[in-house]
Write a protein that binds this ligand. Sequence first.
Ligand code: CA
Ligand code: CA
Length: 145
Amino acid sequence: MSQIEDFLSQTEEEEIVEAIRQAEDSTSGEIRVHIEKHDYGNAEKRALDVFHFLKMDNTKLQNGVLIYVAVEDRDFVICGDKGINEVVPEGFWNSTRDIIQNHFKAGNFKQGLVEGILKAGEQLEKHFPWHHDDTDELSNQISKG
Ligand code: CA
Ligand code: CA
């Protein structure tokens, strides 16, 4: 059985962190990635728990976005905070989700996350543009369960 640490190499992790940094250069939204083996039977619920646990519901504009991945269950969830849900149209995350899904299906986990993060940043920019007094409210490091 693979360890969570084997899911992404050090270099791949760095590329993902860099993608988050890059995405957050154009939006005030805060993107995080959480990776763990299993989703305890309900990825949506688990993603919300992680969202709360990582204090992602504490950003000023309530515009945190979590990309939650359960490696061995081959499942992922994109979870945005209230501030985002209030202003974006239905299906807002569909294009981001499709990008991640297509890469995951092909086994390209790192690429799926990198492109998904950049797409999420692009999407967020329309509603939450970067502002000169923006701060990095949530760590860009990958969280592991
Ligand atoms: Ca920020
Ligand atoms: Ca951040």
